[in-house]
Each structure stands twice: as C-alpha cells, then as structure tokens.
Write a protein that binds this ligand. Sequence first.
Ligand code: FE2
Ligand code: FE2
Length: 163
Amino acid sequence: MNKKVMDALNEQIKAELHSAYIYLAMSAHFSEKNLDGFAQWMKLQAGEEVGHAMRLYAHVLETGGHIVLKAVDAPPSKFGSPKEIFETALAHEKKITKMIHDLFDLAREEDDYATELMLQWFVTEQVEEEDSAGRAVEQLEMAGDSTAALLMLDQRFGQRQGD
Ligand SMILES: [Fe+2]
Ligand SMILES: [Fe+2]
C-alpha cells in the first residue's frame, strides 16, 4: 500500500486509541463523582473508539500495509464540571474530524481508492460524534445549576446501548 497513506493510517490508529483513553479517564471521573449514567456513556464511547482503531488496523493489514503501533499519550486525570467535560469531548471530536478529512484528502491525492472508500464510513461517523457531544453540551447548559436536571440527564445518558 501507499507509504504516505499507510503512515497516516498508523497515526490515526494512535489517535483513536488516544480518544479511547480520554473517554475512559472521563468515565472513571464520572464514576468517582457517582454520576453512573455519564460514566456508562463514556465507557461505551471508549469501547467505540477502540473499534475505530481496529477498523483502520484491519484495513492496513488487508491492503498489504505494515502496522506500526505508537505510544499513546496519557489522558488528563483532572476534570471540571460535566459540561466542561463534554465541551472537551466535542473539541476533541472536532480535531479528529479534521484528521479524518486530511486523511481523506491524502487518499485522494495518492489515488488510494480503497482507503478513500473505507474512510467514508469515518466521515459519516464523525458527524454523529460531533452531534452527540454537541447535544450533551447544550443539554448540560440547559440544566445549569440544577442538581435535579443533572441527575435526570445522568439517568438518560445511562440508557445508551452498546453497538
Ligand atoms: Fe473515533
Ligand atoms: Fe459514534
């Protein structure tokens, strides 16, 4: 497979695993704060991120590429309010979207049709990721300082099902 594309895909595998690490750290924080619904949502999200990494991993191997796993940076261990946490998640997903778009452009430039097609799934997935994090931010904004509203949202987020 194309070397430039392969290097960028290996970099993206690392970014997805880093996302998983960030969401797992957020999940732990919510558990420690007894917000079990948000914790459950974040734990599922971490699992989804591992799934993203594995999709890219499978594609690299299927197209004759070489996997080079990189060191994953530590996530933060201190967090602010639930709203700030979801704002961080949203900003992070925007960064990931940009990476996916850059990867898509690169696959195009290099005439790597198989990678371009594979990445279409990620383009769609990023729309969902930004939408769900963005909605969480807005709902937490509406909840304001109300503990009752926060606990209601925690309940609701806890209803998220695994894929
Ligand atoms: Fe992802
Ligand atoms: Fe998703």
